[in-house]
Write a protein of this length. Structure first.
Length: 176
């Protein structure tokens, strides 16, 4: 039993240290290391519970504070992730929002489709994201991202909680 626990600790610790070392030089994909790190969660909980249980009641205060503090931070983290679109109300530059790269594309694709635009030429990253939602790449329409202060009649505005986070200008190219 102890031998198995030591191996699990070793696997989890090596995965954690390896991901930390890699993260200094490049962006680490969490999916590659998460399964190994998840192994440590029951071990950490078990170690905490055993440490808590062997203490006398009067010496458990520090452990209780650590547990409550951890629980509060986890709950706060959950609420920030779950209600992340509300954070746009408090951020001056929407592009600095931690989940901005995951937003906008679906709503932009829906808005473009509602205007009868099924294909656009835009930057590669946005083009790939729009293709996922059914807006393909072509040379008939050009979509350029504008700053939030620039707006025209052809602008497509994406807003969350009545706060504009993306403005794109759609221009139709006429060829004869």
């Amino acid at each position: 039993m102890t031998k198995d626990i030591d191996i699990l600790w070793f696997i989890s610790t090596v995965a954690f240290i390896f991901s930390l070392l890699l993260s200094f030089r490049q962006r680490v994909e969490l999916e590659h290391f998460a399964p190994y790190l998840i192994l440590a969660l029951p071990l950490v909980a078990q170690t905490f519970y055993h440490s808590y249980r062997v203490r006398l009641k009067m010496f458990r205060t520090k452990y209780r504070i650590a547990f409550v503090l951890s629980l509060i931070l986890l709950l706060l983290n959950y609420l920030v992730v779950f209600f992340n679109k509300e954070l746009y109300l408090f951020i001056d530059n929407p592009q600095k929002h931690f989940a901005y790269n995951m937003h906008v594309a679906k709503e932009l694709a829906d808005e473009l489709k509602s205007r009868g635009i099924i294909c656009v030429n835009t930057e590669t990253k946005m083009s790939n994201r729009l293709r996922f939602y059914g807006v393909t790449n072509c040379n008939v329409n050009i979509l350029l991202e504008k700053t939030l202060k620039q707006q025209s009649k052809n602008s497509v505005t994406i807003s969350y909680r009545n706060r504009a986070v993306y403005i794109g200008d759609v221009t139709e190219i006429y060829t004869n």
